[in-house]
Design a protein. Structure first.
Length: 564
């Protein structure tokens, strides 16, 4: 029983090494050994980028059976031609966007406040349509031979840059008459905003009533974002939110296999494309009926979107529908203001409730300290204070175990050939000394969810991206360039092991030294912010353990390994 706590740690370390080995295999281009993916996504660059994105034929909601989603006939309302493509570039203080005159689609989006990396000041490219990537936002009409995202549209003259003193910039596209319908699409960008208003005005230019439906979709390839680390896994792909089913991520492989399960219809919610730190999402007002879909549209190309009916439009009349497109960083406070549940694109997993509160506390500390690195240190200090008495009980139990360890060792040596008697004698010593072998385990187990939640907060928060700490740490989201923090982390882990009571079993004692070394390997590839969090936690734990040992009359001593 005295080894249960160490056994739990052994299991955690062992499982971590299994995950590390799997990630190492994937990192080196091999198949995963323990957790193979059912169907790996192959990076396939489209031969003709514009036509690749344009090949996303939109699901059509059948007018005969409302809410049903079915495939349209192959081909667009008007076949695209070489002259259909012209890029219109506009910029605000936070966005630089490029629209294609084919469909008036958004085909490129740069985030001007976010560099590619700490060493590359070029603005981060979120949306893109090129030979290497496809990630675009498209809208159009279905239900007839109406204008779609493949219809050549005419850009209206107007300013292309938000000037000083201005708060709004508009880009307007008009389609030709198709099927007795003209579509006027107006994109409105505002200063400091990552949410773009998109107004669709549908004009019936024919002689009979029409009942078109509007679709809004995000199309992207199934590749991971460039430069994403293989040593920690973050989600990339579509997500759907409704009040009924809440936030639901959809794996590309599930779309491929036809196993994707989402709400098919709703009057609320959004569709999104999510990746580490950044997201895009189509938003409609609550109460607007919509069909939701995810589908594969081409080789390694996937779509998530919404279809909403516009109702009947009489000849000479028009109808307008407003939507919003968010394309930007996953900042919780920003996302919460845009739409219910949108902050969930910043995914904390099953510990979301706890993680959101830790993020709030971290943000409040940053408002005072104005440095994310020191805010992490301050947060760990506050958590240590909150769990002081739990930790004190754990370290007190360990100190008692350390005090009686010589008796245990002598008894094990004396009764090594009588295991049953050895166990009985060990229990007798525990009773006499009033030592609970599990006393050091429970307080640690209680804290595990808190520190896992904090791990996800630091891993998911875009605020860490490009945030400096001190000296050589210029980006808390990137690994330490000189490996100083991981080396200190390794040293602190070994020091903790040395301060703990040595396990009676010689083999287990050796493994308790080997496992921290193996576990520490991962920290050489982790973001500096995560390593700083673990290092701070280790240093505070060592200090508290040292103080408690001295108070209990157990002089701190180092139990060095014996590998002979």
């Amino acid at each position: 029983m005295n080894d249960i706590r160490r056994t739990i740690l052994w299991v955690i370390f062992g499982f971590s090494m299994v995950l590390l080995w799997d990630k190492w295999q994937i990192h080196n281009g091999h198949k995963a050994t323990f957790f193979p993916s059912p169907s790996a996504q192959t990076a396939v660059a489209p031969a003709a980028p514009a036509s690749a994105a344009g090949a996303a034929s939109v699901p059509v909601a059948s007018s005969a059976t409302p809410g049903a989603v079915e495939q349209p006939p192959t081909g667009a309302a008007v076949p695209p031609t070489a002259s259909a493509h012209e890029r219109i570039t506009v910029s605000t203080d936070v966005l630089r966007l490029a629209f294609d005159t084919e469909g008036g689609s958004l085909v490129e989006g740069e985030l001007l406040k976010y560099p590619e990396s700490a060493t590359d000041p070029k603005p981060f490219l979120l949306l893109d349509e090129s030979a290497k990537r496809v990630y675009v936002a498209q809208t159009g009409l279905i239900g007839g031979a109406f204008p779609t995202h493949k219809t050549p549209m005419k850009p209206m003259p107007g300013p292309r840059e938000l000037k000083d003193g201005e708060n709004e910039l508009q880009v307007r596209f008009e389609s030709p008459d198709l099927g007795g319908v003209k579509l006027v699409k107006t994109w409105t960008l505002r200063r400091g905003a990552y949410a773009i208003a998109v107004r669709h005005e549908v004009v019936n230019t024919g002689t009979t009533p029409v009942s078109p439906q509007l679709y809004l979709q995000l199309v992207r390839d199934g590749n991971k974002p460039p430069g994403e680390s293989s040593f920690y896994s973050t989600f990339t792909g579509p997500a759907v939110y409704t009040e009924a089913k809440k936030y639901h991520k959809v794996e590309f492989k599930d779309i491929e296999s036809g196993k994707a399960e989402i709400d098919k219809s709703s009057t609320n919610g959004y569709v999104a494309m999510v990746q580490h730190y950044f997201a895009s999402a189509w938003l409609l007002a609550d109460g607007v009926a919509r069909d939701l879909f995810v589908r594969k549209v081409d080789t390694n190309l996937y779509a998530v979107g919404m279809i909403t009916p516009l109702g009947e439009i009489a000849p000479g009349q028009s109808k307008t529908l407003d939507a919003r497109l968010f394309a930007g960083p996953e900042i919780e406070t920003l996302l919460e203001k845009l739409a219910p549940g949108l902050e969930l694109v910043k995914d904390y997993g099953w510990l979301t409730i706890l993680a959101k509160r830790l993020y709030w506390l971290l943000e409040q500390l940053h408002k005072v300290i104005a440095n994310w690195g020191w805010s992490i240190v301050a947060l760990v200090v506050l958590l240590k204070v909150a769990f002081y008495w739990l930790n004190a009980k754990a370290y007190a139990s360990m100190a008692k175990m350390k005090a009686i360890n010589p008796r245990i060792q002598e008894m094990r040596e004396r009764l090594k050939d009588k295991p049953q008697q050895m166990q009985q004698e060990m229990m007798r010593i525990y009773r006499e000394e009033k030592v609970n072998p599990m006393g050091g385990c429970l307080p640690i187990v209680i804290q595990i969810p808190v520190f896992i939640a904090l791990y996800w907060v630091l891993l998911s928060s875009v605020e860490m991206r490009g945030a400096p700490w001190i000296g050589w740490i210029h980006d808390l989201s990137a690994p330490d360039p000189f490996f100083i923090l991981p080396l200190l982390m390794t040293a602190s882990s070994l020091l903790q092991t040395a301060l703990n009571p040595a396990p009676p079993d010689p083999m287990q004692a050796k493994m308790m030294w080997i496992m921290p070394l193996m576990f520490s390997v991962m920290f050489f590839f982790f973001p500096a912010g995560l390593v700083l969090y673990w290092l701070t936690n280790n240093i505070l734990s060592i200090a508290q353990q040292w103080i408690i040992n001295r108070r209990m009359g157990v002089p701190p001593q180092f139990n060095l390994p014996k590998f002979r």
